[in-house]
Design a binder for this molecule. Structure first.
Ligand code: CTP
Ligand code: MG
Length: 228
């Protein structure tokens, strides 16, 4: 049973407001993307696909994959303008039984969570890692609260998001056929276009996505403490 990881690194990082895309910023002397590849390389996945922008393929190869992961089965694929296009490009190029889709902007993912996800997806066919929300969440319109959903039912979706290959590919085929532009994660595709229930694998709060400057600062602290 072949398990393939797709690591997404084709975003522009507009909310980060930096010249270099966030996945290539230097975090404790290595590019952000290095850390998630490293966790997957140590895990039970059989193959890693990195999705990045055409202009970054050379850098990614020379400064990351050939430099640190020369003995890991790994391929680089060109991404698209939106996250879902990047995922779809990767899905179209692979042959696998299971896929784990991960944001390259989440450097604190661990081999332990990845392996827990692999075990679960082999049992259930679909799972994502997530954590319960800590704050009370408000639905807001025009700067005014409309509703307060029950916090006990709310979880923050993270990645990896893991599926049987045929399931996620069929879901994406349908979403792309419908030209659905609302997709922000992979579970959504399976929820909207298939009848499959998706399990939650409880993750950790460390596995946040670097989105804005302060996330980068927290990440530096986490990694320098871990390396001590
Ligand atoms: N991603 C991608 N292809 C895209 C857009 C996003 O591969 N066209 C990747 C990003 O590189 C990131 C992950 O998907 O690892 C999650 O996306 P997000 O945090 O939104 O990153 P960006 O789109 O780069 O950031 P922003 O939305 O602030 O522009
Ligand atoms: Mg984005």
């Amino acid at each position: 049973m072949k398990v393939t990881a797709i690591i997404l690194a084709a975003g522009k990082g507009s909310r980060m407001n930096s010249k270099i895309s966030k996945q290539y910023m230097q975090l404790c002397e290595k590019p952000v993307l290095y850390y998630s590849i490293s966790a997957f390389a140590d895990s039970d996945v059989d193959e890693i696909i990195i999705v990045t922008a055409a202009k970054d393929i050379k850098y990614c190869k020379e400064e990351i994959t050939e430099k640190y992961f020369s003995s890991t089965p790994l391929k680089i694929v060109e991404g698209g303008n939106e996250r879902y296009e990047s995922v779809y490009n990767a899905l179209k190029t692979i042959k696998a039984d299971y896929v784990l889709i991960h944001d390259g902007a989440r450097p604190h993912i661990t081999k332990q969570i990845i392996n827990k996800c692999i075990e679960e997806v082999k049992k259930t066919g679909a799972c994502i890692t997530a954590v319960p929300v800590k704050d009370t969440i408000k639905k807001v319109k025009d700067n005014t609260i409309e509703d307060t959903p029950d916090r006990k039912q709310l979880w923050q979706a993270q990645t990896p998001q893991c599926f049987m290959y045929d399931l996620i590919k069929t879901g994406y085929d349908k979403a792309m056929e419908k030209n659905d532009k609302s997709i922000t994660d992979d579970a959504m595709v399976v929820e909207k276009y298939t009848n499959t229930k998706i399990k939650i694998v409880e993750g950790t709060y460390y596995n946040f996505k670097i989105t804005t400057q302060e996330d980068f600062e927290f990440s530096e602290t986490i990694i320098s403490k871990r390396d001590k």
